[in-house]
Design a protein around this ligand. Structure first.
Ligand code: AMP
Ligand code: GLY
Length: 421
């Protein structure tokens, strides 16, 4: 079987790494892929958002199955395009991808289906948004409607900050079309966790739980990022909470998408706030999380190809996943300056030595090859994942591997997993 994975980050490297272990012995392609992926799959120089280019490649190379990593091609309708051309592809349609691509769509969807979330109001007019924000309690959350690469959410401590955020999005238009409208919502207190499932339209097959570390710096300080580390499982998601998340969030969502005519097929990721044992939806993503995928997939023992085949056939109810009981930890190594401006092109030392450590997997997120040397090419550069008999062992192992790797301006959080120890 020929399988094409779309994307170029750590998540896609983790997906390709898992597929490479499949007994199906598939031939793997990745568009555009990265330096790390190139050792496992044939990388194809077609950008993840070049839908026509991807379609042509899939047709010409007899791709039997395409798996989409990031949200942008999904929101642009890659699944619809491939299906129209009778190609098998795993991911939600353009309409179903609105669960991530439009916060307003999702807020209204959740209201219709009584899914617990923060109270909200929608604005297009900056003056009206500011009048409303003046009357609110703080903190207050201002969000751009559309995709903004994780930068469209501002937590405001007072009405001056809210006014600035409103101006930035609605007046200066820093997110373009994605910021034509905003959501202003109440600040939810509690502890965050992710809940990710494979969905086939009707059935929900949750993956092992995982927790992301979104803030840049230790002790959850600094700005939000794409994610600085993750561990799996998340002890927070015990049997009681699991049932509540399924009953109050996942089931009503999947059923609601069916009744509204947009059945959801793909990875469905709920970003949750847990307050006194009750889950509230912060956001949906219509894909695997990054770096959650790096922590979850090394623990998955079931063949990922089988899982995706079952999802495409609508028979996920027949699948039981088996997991490595050992916990995993992923540490994201980043460039100085991320998530704002950073320099790239620095040679990365120690990769080979770190890769040799047992139970360690290193995925590439932002690297490239320059004159035979792997150099930095992004904000998040590498993800170092380790499995261990318990979390402290996994942490020790992951940090030991990370300590062997270096480049000018390399940094990573030193407190991944500490919140649960
Ligand atoms: P989102 O992209 O909507 O998940 O927002 C990004 C991050 O902002 C979340 O992971 C939370 O840390 C924070 N956040 C978003 N909405 C809220 C809210 N209503 N209350 C508290 N924190 C929030
Ligand atoms: N780790 C958060 C995300 O993938 O959006």
């Amino acid at each position: 079987m020929n399988i094409l994975v779309i994307g170029s980050g750590g998540r896609e490297h983790a997906i390709v790494w898992k597929l490479a272990q499949s007994p199906s012995k598939s031939k793997l392609f990745c568009a555009p892929g990265n330096v790390g992926i190139a050792s496992l799959a044939q990388c194809v120089a077609v950008d993840a958002t070049n839908l026509e280019g991807l379609l042509n490649f899939a047709k010409e190379n007899k791709i039997d199955l395409t798996i989409v990593g990031p949200e942008a091609p999904l929101a642009a309708g890659i699944v619809d395009l491939f299906k129209k051309n009778h190609l098998r592809i795993f991911g939600p349609t353009k309409e179903a991808s609105r669960l991530e691509a439009s916060k307003i769509y999702t807020k209204e969807f959740c209201s219709r289906h009584k899914i617990p979330q923060a109270d909200y109001k929608i604005f297009e007019e900056p003056s009206q948004a500011k009048i409303y924000a003046k009357k609110c309690n703080y903190p207050l959350v201002v969000k751009a409607d559309g995709l903004a690469q994780g930068k469209g959410v501002v937590i405001c401590e007072n009405s001056e900050e809210a006014s600035k955020a409103i101006d930035k999005i609605l007046v200066e238009g820093c997110f373009g079309e994605a910021g034509k409208r905003i959501v202003i919502e109440n600040f939810l207190k509690g502890v965050e966790t992710s809940f990710i499932a494979v969905v086939d339209g009707n059935h929900i097959l949750p993956l092992a739980s995982a927790k992301d570390h979104k803030r840049l710096l230790d002790n959850d300080k600094g700005p939000n990022t794409g994610g600085m580390g993750a561990y799996s499982p998340s002890p927070l998601v015990n049997a009681t909470l699991y049932e509540k998340v399924m009953e109050k969030i996942m089931l009503p969502t999947v059923r609601g998408m069916v009744t509204e005519g947009f059945p959801f097929v793909g990875f469905l990721y709920a970003g949750l706030m847990i307050d006194r044992g009750e889950p509230y939806l912060l956001e949906f993503n219509v894909r695997l999380g990054d770096p959650e995928a790096q922590a979850i997939l090394p623990r998955l023992q079931t063949d990922l190809v089988d899982v995706i085949e079952a999802a495409l056939a609508g028979r996920l109810n027949e699948v039981t996943l088996s997991w490595d009981n050992r916990p995993s930890v992923c540490i994201v190594m980043a460039s100085q300056g991320y998530p704002e401006k950073y320099e790239t092109g620095f040679p990365i030392m120690g990769l080979e030595e770190a890769t040799k450590l047992p139970d360690v997997t290193i995925v590439h997120s932002g690297t490239k090859m320059k004159e035979g040397q792997v150099v930095t090419a992004g904000g998040r550069v590498l993800g170092v994942t380790a499995l261990g008999k318990d979390l402290p062992t996994a942490l020790k192992c992951a940090y030991e591997a990370a300590s062997k790797i270096s480049w000018e301006g390399c940094f990573y959080r030193k407190d991944i997993g500490k919140d649960t120890l």
